[in-house]
Design a protein around this ligand. Structure first.
Ligand SMILES: *[C@@H]1O[C@H](CO)[C@@H](O)[C@H](O)[C@H]1NC(C)=O
Ligand SMILES: *[C@@H]1O[C@H](CO)[C@@H](O)[C@H](O)[C@H]1NC(C)=O
Ligand SMILES: CC(=O)N[C@H]1CO[C@H](CO)[C@@H](O)[C@@H]1O
Length: 424
């Protein structure tokens, strides 16, 4: 039933002249998993417990989702773990569910002929196999249900978040006179303690400054993301230097180039063929239009100093306006699944940028970080505290209450999809 709906929702779009099709892109009709284990999710509902409002050391209140292990849950977790490993080990299961790897199409595959444009019907990605703790999933859903009845609660939570002060919060480097032209005029300026530094020996602009912040999750040394302002004409070479030096292979771009005539981001890649930015040669290999909301570009990046090369995939979400939200959570979640499918198995940071690198980028990272934690089986999910953690690393992450609400909705929707994909 859901499969059908999914397929119906995915509409067929043909744009651009090129009829070149990347060979393994297939219409994925198998949106749902095929495994068959009894309906644990419903059996477990009564065991779920909820603790709300942890008081943190700043004296504010936060929502918390947590659940405590009890026997049936443990059993269930074991069953789920077995199921997951079965899937990984049995290639025939994979073939049935058509888990085509986007990463092999775009990142590791042989380079396609330059500048091919293609479009195929978009397809729905099935939820990623997940070790999500089922009762935690139900916590999220009942929290959202409660939210729909009681809007004041979100208002209060958002107010508490707005009064949150990051410490330390000095921005002297970004505010320095020599760096003023490297910030977008109204962009967020990076914290001194949490900024990406470029290697000066490459000496393009005699500065190590770029308006970009590393975002740590579980590993305090290696950032999971880098969030950056959309490059300016004067910082495009710096941006590619950062892509190169961070080992990045996936860029998530969440803004159109301009909005109502206001420039949001410089066009920092070649429209066809290749361009050289300082010592970085960027070749557009393919541009693949998934649907009217997003497209995927594949670049071949070469360091002209060392002749080393790398493939970089850019996922470009086109319809998310500044200070606004995407038209639907569904679309953004589908986009996120594609990003993560391409990224799977990597350990380099994902570069996420919009215009200021905080509003839309913060919202995306918040959703992705929470869902990744859940997929790893986290039993305590504190969305507000996660946002504070992001704001400790970059100011202004998630700009509006509506964006925060959108993040909650998106998390709940994905959790719902994962629960539904569990065998009934
Ligand atoms: C790098 O920058 C420094 C400081 O401005 C300058 O003195 C030096 O000549 C530059 N080196 C190269 C190789 O351009
Ligand atoms: C890079 O390639 C060019 C052209 O093939 C060659 O002349 C140059 O020596 C190479 N540089 C390095 C560092 O290998
Ligand atoms: C273009 C520009 O100069 N943007 C800003 C860079 O950052 C400084 C410091 O906050 C701002 O004053 C500039 O307006």
């Amino acid at each position: 039933m859901l499969e059908l709906l999914c397929v119906l929702l995915c509409h067929f779009i043909m744009k651009g002249g090129g009829l070149y099709h990347i060979k393994s892109v297939t219409l994925n009709v198998f949106c749902m998993s095929v495994a068959q284990v009894p309906p644990f999710s419903y059996l477990l509902q009564p065991f779920a417990q909820k603790t709300i409002k942890k008081k943190n050391n700043r004296g504010q209140h936060y929502l918390i989702f947590s659940s405590f292990p009890s026997n049936p849950q443990d059993l269930c977790r074991q069953r789920m773990a077995i199921r997951t490993s079965e899937r990984v080990e049995r290639p025939e299961t994979l073939r049935h569910s058509r888990l085509n790897s986007v990463s092999s199409q775009f990142s590791d595959g042989p380079a396609a002929s330059p500048s091919t444009r293609s479009s195929t019907s978009s397809w729905c990605e099935e939820p990623v196999p997940s070790n999500m703790d089922i009762s935690t999933g139900h916590m999220i859903l009942s929290y959202m249900e409660d939210h729909l009845k009681n809007k004041n609660r979100l208002e209060r939570e958002w107010e508490a978040l707005c009064s949150y002060q990051a410490e330390p919060s000095a921005c002297s480097v970004g505010q320095g006179e020599q760096n003023a032209r490297r910030n977008r005029s109204d962009a967020v300026v990076v914290y001194d303690h949490s900024r990406i530094t470029l290697k000066v020996e490459n000496n393009h602009s005699n500065s190590d400054y770029i308006n970009a912040s590393p975002i740590m999750d579980h590993d305090p040394r290696n950032p999971t993301y880098i969030t950056s302002q959309g490059p300016l004409a004067s910082t495009v070479a710096d941006f590619w230097q950062m892509v190169w030096e961070s080992g990045c292979v996936v860029i998530v771009m969440l803004t159109p180039l301009s909005e109502n005539g206001v420039k949001q981001c410089h066009h920092y890649w070649p429209d066809e063929g290749s361009d050289v930015y300082h010592i970085y040669e960027v070749n557009l290999v393919s541009e693949h239009i998934w649907c009217e909301d997003f497209l995927v570009r594949s670049f071949y990046l070469k360091n002209l100093q060392t002749n080393e090369t790398r493939t970089v995939t850019q996922f470009h979400f086109l319809s998310w306006m500044d200070r606004g939200n995407p038209s639907s959570a569904r679309t953004l979640l589908d986009f996120r699944r594609k990003v993560n499918k391409c990224y799977r198995g990597r350990s380099c940071p994902i570069i996420v940028h919009c215009s200021d690198g905080a509003g839309r980028s913060g919202t995306y990272i918040l959703i992705d970080m929470v869902l990744n934690r859940m997929a790893k089986g986290a039993k305590e999910i504190d969305i507000a505290a996660t946002l504070e953690h992001l704001r400790d690393q970059r100011a202004g992450m998630v700009q509006t209450k509506e964006q925060f609400e959108f993040a909650l909705t998106a998390v709940a929707e994905e959790v719902n999809a994962i629960l539904k994909a569990l065998p009934q």
